[in-house]
Design a protein around this ligand. Structure first.
Ligand SMILES: Nc1ncnc2c1ncn2[C@@H]1O[C@H](COP(=O)(O)OP(=O)(O)OP(=O)(O)O)[C@@H](O)[C@H]1O
Ligand SMILES: [Mg+2]
Length: 322
């Protein structure tokens, strides 16, 4: 198992993303007087900063952001109830994030872990991101130790299971995935005050998975649907991605990128914000080649940070259309 910095390379699972360095410890029990207002819980936990960041950094996703605010409200109120001796048991926090590739599920899971940590619902707030292969063994007797090892890593944080439906293969009579599911179910029930499980994947496949696994379905308290981004949102995402890496669109380049998106959207394997990121990477590559070709020119900061219209129009996407 590898420990990776923020934003794990896809495929290099299981990736352990550490809790944000700046995150304060969960609500101190004795150090400060117990909060008695929503404002005091928010101030002590600094959870609002995470929610504001989420609102600011992530383009679109209005329904997801609204659901996260609802969940945060539930947790804050649960805190206050606990303070007054009204709490029965810890709220169940296991979630399902459904949506197409590149709609922000992994990104939001990281923020969710921060929120849970700041409100004191998980001790550490890290995210362990896995797929079927990290949990299920190839041979008899291999699955339980694998799954338990992953669970051990994830304790005190969030276990994010991408394409969770691959755990269940009904066509395969003796599939070891079932063994992993059973262990997960037990831990999700018995250790839910120390581990939050987020299942992620395509909506229709998640629905089918839940239909065949009612035990799993009944343990998921929150379902968040991640919609595909509209083309305007994708363009906005491109702006924010460029800005954070100190690049910008030159004259005509933003319009060219908008044209690019219109075409790319209709092609196979379009993966929302992930495709935007990949497209920008290729455009940066073309910008570098263009600048590299000119050995004698003095390159200004402006030259080095500008993506030109030509860097975009050179894409294959334009060649494909007569
Ligand atoms: N709303 C958004 N605003 C800005 N950037 C975004 C947004 N959504 C996603 N991104 C960026 O797009 C990339 C893909 O997002 P992420 O990995 O969270 O999606 P995903 O749904 O987990 O996709 P996959 O199914 O491919 O794993 C990341 O680089 C992320 O930072
Ligand atoms: Mg992901």
């Amino acid at each position: 198992m590898t420990t990776t910095p923020l934003y794990a390379i896809p495929g290099s699972t299981p990736a352990v993303v550490p809790a944000a360095a700046a995150a304060p410890a969960p609500l101190p029990a004795a150090a400060k007087p117990a909060p008695v207002t929503v404002g005091e819980v928010l101030a002590q936990s600094q959870v609002e900063a995470v929610m504001d960041e989420l609102d600011r950094d992530l383009v679109g996703l209005a329904p997801v952001k609204a659901r996260i605010r609802d969940i945060a409200a539930l947790l804050v109120i649960a805190r206050l109830r606990e303070q007054l001796g009204l709490a029965a048991s810890k709220p169940s926090l296991h979630m399902c994030f459904s949506g197409n590739p590149g709609t922000g599920k992994t990104t939001v899971a990281l923020r969710m872990a921060q929120i849970l940590h700041r409100l004191g619902y998980v001790r550490k707030g890290h995210v362990v991101s896995v797929t079927r292969d990290d949990l299920v063994g190839q041979y008899i007797g291999h699955t339980a130790p694998k799954t338990k090892e992953v669970l051990k890593k994830a304790m005190g944080g969030v276990l994010f299971i991408d394409e969770a439906y691959y755990l269940y293969r009904p066509e395969n009579e003796r599939d070891y995935g079932q063994e992993a599911i059973e262990i997960l179910l037990q831990v999700m029930e018995n250790q839910r005050d120390d581990l939050v499980v987020i299942l992620a994947g395509y909506k229709d496949r998640m629905d089918t998975f839940f239909q065949s696994n009612p035990g799993m379905s009944s343990r998921i308290a929150h379902h968040l649907d991640f919609p595909d981004y509209a083309s305007g949102e994708l363009l906005h995402i491109a702006d924010t991605m460029l800005a954070t890496s100190h690049y910008r669109f030159g004259p005509g380049a933003r319009e060219a990128f908008s044209d690019y998106l219109q075409r790319r959207l209709t092609q196979p394997h379009f993966a929302n914000a992930r495709s935007v990121r990949n497209a920008l990477d290729r455009m940066r590559l073309r910008q570098a080649s263009r600048l590299f070709a000119d050995r004698d020119r003095v390159l200004t900061a402006d030259d080095l940070s500008t993506i030109a219209e030509a860097d975009i129009r050179a894409s294959r996407v334009f060649a494909a259309v007569p």
